[in-house]
Every structure is written in C-alpha cells, then in structure tokens.
Design a binder for this molecule. Structure first.
Ligand code: SF4
Ligand code: SF4
Length: 215
C-alpha cells in the first residue's frame, strides 16, 4: 500500500470557518438553557411526588377483616433475583389465626441493601399480600436498619378493624377471602378480640361492626 493511498478512516479536513467556530458550538446549548426555567428540585424541602406506578418501599397488606394476606408461601423470595427477601412461615392455630388458611408469614424481611426494586416479588405473590408503595426515602447510616422486618412492612388495620390474630369470619373458608366475600370484621371476631385482648392493643375495635360477609 502506497503512502498516499487512503485507508478510509481518516478525518475529513474541515473548512477554516468550521475550525474557527467548532469549539464554540457546544456553548450554544449552555446559552440556550440560560434563559429557560430551572428544573432543580428543592428536595428534601419540597418533595415532588413520584409517578403512581413508581416502585418504592414494599407493603404487606391485610384482608378487610384485619387478617394478613401473606400465607408464607415464599414465592416472593424465590422470585427475587437479588435474594433480598427472607420468609419463614408458621402454622395458624385456633388460638392464633393470622391469615385465612393454614399458614402465615411468621418472619418476613426485606434487605433494602440488596433490593433493586424490580417488582418481580409482587408479580409472584399469589395473594396480593405484597405490593409496592411510592415511598423512596429509604436511606440510613446503619446497614442493620436497611433490613425491614414484618412489623415495619405490615400495613396497619383501618380504624375499627381488629389486627390479627383472630378467627376467620365464621362460616367462611380461605377461598371466600380471595373471592371478595369478606368485606370487614363481623361481631363474632370483635367479641373474640375483646375476650382475648381486653386491652384492645392494636385492634381499634368498635362495637358497631356489622356482619359483612356477602352471601
Ligand atoms: S423488588 Fe426485586 S429485588 Fe426487590 S425484593 Fe422484590 S424481587 Fe427482590
Ligand atoms: S408475600 Fe406473597 S409470595 Fe411472599 S410469602 Fe407472602 S403470600 Fe407468599
């Protein structure tokens, strides 16, 4: 190959005008944005709400009568690509019924040092026990604090709804809960809670509850 033969990758020679103004072309963007409204967010003084489907901190949900939706099946833990979830199930008993059916999630932890907020765990959950909120403020100076436990993830029951444990709505099976037939606590459940937890700790029990099982 001769010295004068082109290899095809050399830069084309630019005109003197382009060589003069080329280095300044990048400043056009700077000058243009000088006169635009700034988009700086004054976080944490002004919090801009994220989009409704933003993947933030997880939440463990309850049925309308206060029983927990998590049945301790561990599907969320198996689906997690970051191995961020730890679940340990236990059996429900007549004295301590936490969820409809046989088992409930006795231990539930999410390690937010590992979580990548992909949402695969909530897709895997068969009972919609696990969902994600819009809460993104998860920073901490302690590694231990970044492991959220069940008491931090479990949503509080609404006013007037007793927290688990308490019996299922009489005459129902677990499938009735998933069919939406249970819409709130019934007097039998409130009486059980009043008898077994007289202090009403965490129950918010109110006597006016009415039977709320759809036939
Ligand atoms: S959002 Fe993704 S990474 Fe985080 S716990 Fe769920 S499956 Fe694991
Ligand atoms: S959150 Fe859902 S998937 Fe995970 S253990 Fe509970 S019921 Fe199973």
């Amino acid at each position: 190959m001769s010295k004068t033969q082109s290899l095809g990758w050399e830069h084309k020679k630019r005109s003197p005008i382009k060589r003069l103004f080329g280095p300044w072309a990048g400043f056009v963007v700077t000058f243009r944005t000088l006169f635009q409204k700034p988009v700086t967010e004054q976080y944490p003084f002004e919090k801009v709400p994220p989009k409704p489907r933003y993947h933030g901190r997880h939440q463990l949900n309850r049925h309308p009568d206060g029983l927990e939706k998590c049945v301790g099946c561990e599907l969320c833990a198996w689906a997690c690509p970051a191995d961020a979830i730890f679940v340990e199930a236990a059996d429900n008993t007549p004295e301590a019924q936490y969820s409809p059916g046989e088992r409930y999630g006795r231990v539930y932890e999410i390690n937010y040092l590992r979580c990548i907020f992909c949402g695969l765990c909530i897709e895997a959950c068969p009972t919609r026990a696990l969902t994600m909120t819009n809460d993104f403020e998860l920073a901490s100076q302690s590694r231990a604090d970044m492991i959220y436990t069940k008491d931090q993830l479990l949503v509080a029951p609404p006013e007037g709804v007793p927290a688990a444990p308490h019996p299922m709505v009489p005459g129902t099976q677990d499938v009735d809960y998933y069919a939406g037939k249970v819409t709130g606590p019934v007097p039998e459940q409130l009486e059980w809670v009043a008898a077994h937890r007289p202090a009403g700790s965490g129950t918010g029990v109110q006597a006016q509850a009415t039977r709320s099982v759809n036939a």
